[in-house]
Design a protein around this ligand. Structure first.
Ligand code: AMP
Length: 190
């Protein structure tokens, strides 16, 4: 099994690159954001519990997120590996993931960091806001999510750096160049 964590702020291109990685390496895509949104649209108990948290662009408590992720991963026993997108976002989540994988004789093989600076990301939103002609709610929310990334989620990186698992890829440029750089890192870690 090859387990990859894709890391980077909202708007860094994680979704786009994940799609390409999945196609080439046939990994099972797990996005905790997508899972929460599915629960919300289906109005499950979990969905009702987390709706306002997502609306505010802040992080769902670890306990809820970890339980949901482990339930989901446990359902796929016959896969080549996972690509985790949007998880872990805290050191507590990273530790829980290590324990969970270890209990199955697995590990996180590689953490790919798509490097895009906070100012670059905020500039992109600002430009978009100018085009649409209004600084609407969703732009505010996006700024909050970006802030959550740079204040909380980045602290997960040293956790994996201590394990020598982080590969940094420049997240600015054209999609194919970024993808090529990603494949170099994956092929090294395979
Ligand atoms: P995303 O689509 O990955 O940006 O996630 C959307 C929202 O879902 C986030 O702003 C959080 O509210 C919530 N969320 C997704 N993944 C996590 C996570 N690993 N830990 C806590 N909250 C999360």
């Amino acid at each position: 099994m090859f387990n990859l964590v894709i890391f980077g702020p909202p708007g860094a291109g994680k979704g786009t690159q994940s799609d390409k990685i999945i196609e080439k390496y046939q990994l099972k895509h797990i996005s905790t954001g997508d899972m929460f949104r599915a629960h919300i649209s289906q109005q499950t108990d979990l969905g009702k519990e987390v709706q306002s948290i997502l609306d505010n662009g802040i992080l769902v408590p670890d306990e809820i997120t970890i339980r949901m992720l482990e339930n989901e991963m446990s359902q796929y026993t016959d896969v080549k590996g996972f690509i985790l997108d949007g998880f872990p976002r805290t050191v507590g989540q990273a530790e829980a993931l290590d324990k969970f994988l270890e209990s199955k004789g697995q590990k996180v093989n590689l953490v790919l960091e798509l490097e895009v600076s906070q100012s670059e990301i905020e500039q992109r939103i600002h430009e978009r806001g100018k085009i649409s002609g209004r600084a609407d709610d969703s732009a505010d929310k996006l700024v909050k999510r970006i802030d959550e990334y740079f204040t909380k989620t980045v602290h997960v990186l040293p956790y994996y750096e201590a394990q020598n698992k982080v590969a940094k890829v420049n997240g600015i440029g054209d999609i194919e160049t970024i993808f090529n750089n990603i494949t170099v890192e994956i092929d090294k870690a395979l």
